[in-house]
Structures are given as structure tokens and as C-alpha cells.
Write a protein that binds this ligand. Structure first.
Ligand code: RET
Length: 225
């Protein structure tokens, strides 16, 4: 493992741990009925903390036919991305009955996206790109739900226009992942492992710590009936 890659893992677990501590403190000044956002944000960064620590300690990867696969990233993503979507959905609405179907569809498409991405990382040759494409279709389904029916629900949200801001941030960050994958070590290997590590670190910290910060901030200012 290159020194730069190793450094990204060390910074990763520290940033996630610090994020969790900051969320814990921030959440104390959120109205009691809105604290679930902080709880979800903490769960997300603590899962990432564990996975970055595992990668930093050298047991978050396997090597198959000379190709190194950081499976800890997928373990992280398959748990945290559904939680991030749940967090966004809870900004759109707090009514379980109107959310249930959409959250179910979102989580299904999202898990499908991560698992098919892992399959693409495990196989070689042209099959890699077939799985990347399948994963991309699932990703587009996630975006379609976020910007279609969920956004419609958010029109009556107690969080005002926070939904659009958060959905915008989420979209801008998430869209980069498939291209890091495609050009990095999982795909065409144009990016060096170190550069790939830096890209994922920036994305992961922004998508988890940055996003959580904004969600908890929005929860603080919610107009509760
Ligand atoms: C993969 C495989 C290739 C195709 C696609 C992918 C999408 C990944 C995404 C990951 C998001 C991760 C986040 C992590 C933590 O905060 C799996 C790279 C579409 C969108 C937000």
C-alpha cells in the first residue's frame, strides 16, 4: 500500500471520529423531537470510522489475482448510503405512511447499486464495465426518486427549503463516485491508488461529515408545529 493511500486511511478514521464527537455536542442544542437526525448522522460517521480504521490497520482489503480490492469501502457504503438517504427522506417529511414506499424503493435501489459495484470490482475484463453500467442504472433510479416524488413531498416539509439544498449537495458529491471507480483501481487504472484514496477521502468526509453538519443545522431551525 502506498504511503499516500495509508495516509488517507489514517486521516479518514480521525475525521470520522471527530465528526461523531462534534455531532454529539451539536445535537444537544437541537429540539428533542428533531434529534433523530443527529443520531443517524452519528451512526453514519461511526460506521465509516470503523471501516477506515480497518483499512488503516491493513485488514480492509483482499487481493485476488494480483488485484487489490478494498472491500471495507463497500461494507461502509452499503450501510451508510441507505442511512444518508433515510436522513434526506426525514427532511422531506416526517409522516411514516407517506415515506414508507419511497424509502423502501430508495434503499432497495441504493443497496443494489453498491452490491453490483462490488461485483464489478471482483470480476475482470469487459464484465467489469457491464456491472458498472448496471450499478449506474440503479444510481439513476436513486436520483430520480430524490428529485421526483420525494422532492414533491418536501414541498410541505417543516424544514422549508433545506431539502433542495441537501439533495443538491448529495447529488453533486455522489455523482463523482462512479467516475473515481471507473478511472481508479477498480476500473481502467488511470488514477494512481494514492490519488484514488484522496478522492474517496474528500468525497466520504464531505458526504458524511459535511452533510451531517447541514442536516443537524437544519434540524435546529425546524419550524415544528
Ligand atoms: C459504485 C460502483 C460503480 C457505479 C456506481 C457506484 C456508486 C457509488 C456511490 C457511492 C456513494 C457513497 C457515499 C459514501 C459515503 O458517504 C459503487 C462506485 C454508480 C454513489 C455517499
Amino acid at each position: 500500500m502506498s504511503e499516500l493511500t495509508q495516509l488517507t486511511f489514517q486521516i479518514g478514521w480521525i475525521a470520522m471520529l471527530l465528526g461523531g464527537i462534534v455531532f454529539f455536542v451539536m445535537n444537544r442544542s437541537v429540539p428533542a423531537s428533531e434529534r433523530h437526525h443527529g443520531v443517524v448522522a452519528m451512526a453514519i460517521v461511526f460506521i465509516a470510522f470503523a471501516n477506515y480504521l480497518a483499512m488503516a490497520r491493513g485488514y480492509g482489503d483482499v487481493t485476488i489475482d494480483g488485484h487489490q480490492i478494498f472491500f471495507a469501502r463497500y461494507v461502509d457504503w452499503v450501510i451508510t448510503t441507505p442511512l444518508l438517504l433515510l436522513s434526506l427522506a426525514l427532511v422531506a417529511s416526517r409522516r411514516a405512511t407517506e415515506l414508507a414506499g419511497l424509502v423502501g424503493a430508495l434503499v432497495f435501489a441504493d443497496i443494489y447499486m453498491i452490491v453490483t459495484g462490488l461485483v464489478g470490482d471482483l470480476v475482470g475484463g469487459v464484465d467489469k464495465y457491464i456491472w458498472w453500467f448496471i450499478s449506474m442504472v440503479a444510481f439513476l433510479a436513486v436520483l430520480a426518486i430524490i428529485w421526483g416524488p420525494l422532492r414533491k413531498l418536501a414541498e410541505n416539509s417543516p424544514y422549508g427549503n433545506a431539502y433542495t439544498r441537501l439533495a443538491g449537495l448529495l447529488t453533486v458529491l455522489w455523482v463523482v463516485y462512479p467516475f473515481v471507480w471507473l478511472f481508479g483501481t477498480s476500473g481502467m487504472e488511470v488514477l494512481s491508488p494514492g490519488v484514488e484514496g484522496v478522492a474517496y477521502l474528500i468525497l466520504d468526509v464531505s458526504a458524511k461529515v459535511g452533510f451531517g453538519f447541514l442536516v443537524i443545522g437544519a434540524a435546529k431551525q425546524a419550524r415544528i408545529a
